[in-house]
Write a protein that binds this ligand. Structure first.
Ligand SMILES: Cc1ncc(COP(=O)(O)O)c(C=O)c1O
Length: 376
């Protein structure tokens, strides 16, 4: 079936919630191919999901091996690989316990529930232009008016302050605040990177008021910025962290990690699928691969920064934002025409979140194409 046929089928039978372009049918490493056989270097990577690249043999093998043995078992039983995965995430993050989910939004739902339980409070504070998901509670702490306003009123109550504005945060966080949701880098907003002092300030305000500091690492976590968690680089210890995207190479999975003293007890939370055997197998293999490439991520980011210096890129590891304004759509189209996939985040910011396994040659090729597209 060609893309044209598929477009018609999709238009008739699938709800039109996404703006879609081409049809990708195959992937290997940092490369993907469309149904016409055109090859692209993929700097979208499922939006920061395919960190190990497409179809990494170690991940494929782990999923297939587990699928032959046991695909699903209820959380009423011990799940093979689950506690070992929780231990690995605890060890790499410095937090204390984990709980699995099936997505980033669902991880944030869990964090909201846990913060309410732990504090006995029901209000939240989050940041303008922040993104935490599209389920009702994660949407309630998401700022973007276009996606939240059609669904008002939302629960829990959330106040929004400017990202980086500690004075406004101090005014907004009270003894009724259960938690402050913060991204270490705002990804959907276009890769916005505040100074480390901001996070120390958030921590202090949370400590002064008893609110939990909830760090959303759905996009920045699992090695994306050059360390397992981006918050590590600030020296600040959060109370709760949410993860998803890069955790299992595209197998749906999310997690919350909590400091000691924060946990669900029996029946307070649960999920049929979350933390199942296949997801855990995919995540274990993903962590193996990321562990190998993690030491090179910062240098790869610097290679992007140097090659794109003329365009004022914002770079932290393999998270790259370039302000291009209204040209964003034209630039993504020009890049695609030359075999490079990038996408537009908010406010005319081009975002690149390639696989962490991207090679130096591929980075050079991407930057050549981008420099030409940005000059045009
Ligand atoms: C920072 C952040 N949090 C939460 C989410 C929601 O994750 P999911 O789409 O897996 O529900 C996203 C997705 O883009 C995200 O970037």
């Amino acid at each position: 079936m060609t893309e044209t046929d598929y477009r018609a089928l999709d238009a008739r039978y699938y709800m039109p919630a996404f703006g879609r372009e081409r049809m990708l049918v195959k992937g290997e490493g940092s490369r993907v191919w469309d149904d016409q056989g055109n090859e692209f270097i993929d700097c979208v990577a499922g939006i920061a999901v395919c960190s190990t690249g497409h179809c990494h043999p170690h991940v494929v093998e782990a999923i297939c091996r587990q699928a032959r043995q046991l695909i699903h078992v209820s959380n009423l039983y011990y799940v093979p690989g689950q506690a070992e995965l929780a231990k690995r995430l605890v060890d790499l993050s410095g937090l204390y316990k984990a709980f699995f989910s099936n997505s980033g939004a669902e991880a944030n739902e869990g964090a909201i529930k846990l913060a309410r339980l732990a504090t006995g409070r029901d209000r939240f504070v989050a940041f303008k232009n922040g993104f935490h998901g599209r389920t009702m509670a994660s949407l309630a702490v998401t700022h973007k008016p276009a996606i939240r306003e059609p669904f008002l009123p939302l629960e829990p109550q959330c106040d929004f302050v400017g990202y980086g504005d500690l004075e406004a945060l101090k005014g907004a966080v009270t003894r009724s605040t259960a938690g402050v949701f913060v991204e270490p880098i705002q990804g959907e907003a276009g890769v916005i990177i505040p100074p480390n002092e901001f996070f120390r300030g958030v921590r202090d305000i949370c400590d002064d008021t008893g609110a939990l500091m909830i760090v959303d690492e759905v996009q920045t976590g699992m090695g994306r910025t050059g360390t397992w968690l981006a918050i590590e680089q600030t020296g600040v210890a959060p109370d709760l962290v949410s993860l998803a995207k890069g955790i299992a190479s595209g197998f749906p999975m999310g997690a919350i990690l909590a400091r000691e003293g924060l946990e669900f007890t029996r029946s307070q939370h649960g999920s049929t699928f979350a933390g199942g055997p296949l997801a855990c197998a995919a995540a274990h293999a993903t962590i193996d691969v990321i562990g190998e490439v993690l030491p090179q991520v910062a240098a790869k980011g610097e290679r992007f920064r140097a090659a794109l210096a003329a365009h004022n890129p914002r770079v932290r590891g393999l998270m790259v934002g370039i302000p291009v304004g209204e040209a964003c759509a034209a630039v993504t189209a020009a890049c695609a025409a030359e075999g490079v996939l990038v996408n537009c985040a908010a406010d005319g910011n081009l975002r690149l979140v390639p696989p962490l396994v991207i090679t130096d040659d591929e980075i050079d090729r991407v930057c050549d194409v981008l420099n030409r597209a940005l000059a045009g």
